[in-house]
Ligand binder design. Structure first.
Ligand SMILES: N[C@@H](CCC(=O)N[C@@H](CS)C(=O)NCC(=O)O)C(=O)O
Length: 211
C-alpha cells in the first residue's frame, strides 16, 4: 500500500490549488502529477480511470482514489489532522462551508473561466456575475468580527473557499471591494508556506519533500 500522497492537477486550476495549498501549508510530502487540460489529457482513458468526470484534481493515497477538491480536503483533514475543526460541531461546520462553496463560490470560478479561457455571450456573463459577487459578499459579511470562517483557527473551510475564489481578479472582481475578505486573504497569505497558484502549482511532475 502506497503511503505517499499523489496529487493529480493542473496549474491553471483553482480546484487543484485547494489541495495543493493545503499540502503546502501542512508541510506534507507528496508527488505532483500534472494533467495538461489544454491538450485534453483529462479525457484520456488513463485519467478517466482515476476520475470518471474527466476533471482535476485527484488524490491517490494508500490504495484509495479520492476525487472532488472538497472531498480531498475533507480526506486530508481526517487522515492528517491539519486544518481540521477543533470540535465536532466545527468539523461539520467546516464541511458545510465546503458544500456551500461548491454551490456559490463556483460562480466566481465560472466568471473567471469565461473571462480567461472561453468567450461566451455577454448574457452568460451577466447571468453568472451577480451570484459570483453575492457569494463574495456573503463570505465578506461572515468574516466581519472574526478571523476565520470556523472557530478561531484556519480550517479546510478557509482553504476551500479561498482556493476557489483565488482567481477572482482574472474575472474582473477586485478584492478591495470586500474589506473583510481582503483582511482574511492577508491573514492566509501571512501563513508560512502560503503561495498563490501560479507560484505553487508546477506545470510539470514534481516531488515535494519538505525538510
Ligand atoms: N467540483 C470539482 C470541479 C473540478 C473541475 O471543474 N476541474 C476543472 C479545472 S478547475 C477541470 O478539470 N476542467 C477540465 C475540463 O472540464 O475538461 C472539484 O471541486 O474538484
Amino acid at each position: 500500500m502506497d503511503d505517499r500522497l499523489t496529487l493529480y492537477g493542473s496549474f491553471t486550476s483553482s480546484s487543484s490549488y485547494k489541495p495543493m495549498l493545503y499540502l503546502s501549508l501542512a508541510r506534507l510530502p507528496f508527488s505532483f502529477r500534472t494533467v495538461n487540460l489544454k491538450i485534453g489529457k483529462q479525457n484520456e482513458p488513463e485519467h478517466l480511470a482515476r476520475n470518471r468526470y474527466g476533471k482535476v484534481p485527484v488524490l491517490c493515497h494508500r490504495g484509495l482514489t479520492i476525487v472532488q477538491s472538497n472531498v480531498i480536503l475533507s480526506y486530508l483533514a481526517l487522515t492528517t489532522g491539519h486544518f481540521e475543526g477543533k470540535t465536532e460541531q466545527d468539523r461539520w461546520t467546516a464541511r458545510e462551508w465546503l458544500d456551500w462553496e461548491a454551490d456559490a463560490i463556483s460562480n466566481v470560478a465560472k466568471v473567471r473561466h469565461y473571462s480567461r479561457f472561453r468567450k461566451v455571450d455577454p448574457a452568460v456573463m451577466a447571468y453568472f456575475r451577480p451570484p459570483a459577487e453575492a457569494a463574495l459578499s456573503f463570505v465578506d459579511q461572515s468574516l466581519q468580527g472574526r478571523d476565520w470562517l470556523v472557530g478561531d483557527s484556519p480550517t479546510i473551510a478557509d482553504i476551500g473557499c479561498w482556493g476557489r475564489m483565488v482567481f477572482m481578479a482574472e474575472g474582473g472582481m477586485n478584492i478591495e471591494n470586500w474589506p473583510h475578505l481582503l483582511a482574511w486573504s492577508n491573514r492566509l497569505k501571512a501563513m508560512p508556506r502560503f503561495a498563490l497558484p501560479y507560484d505553487l502549482i508546477p506545470s510539470k511532475d514534481r516531488e515535494y519533500d519538505p525538510v
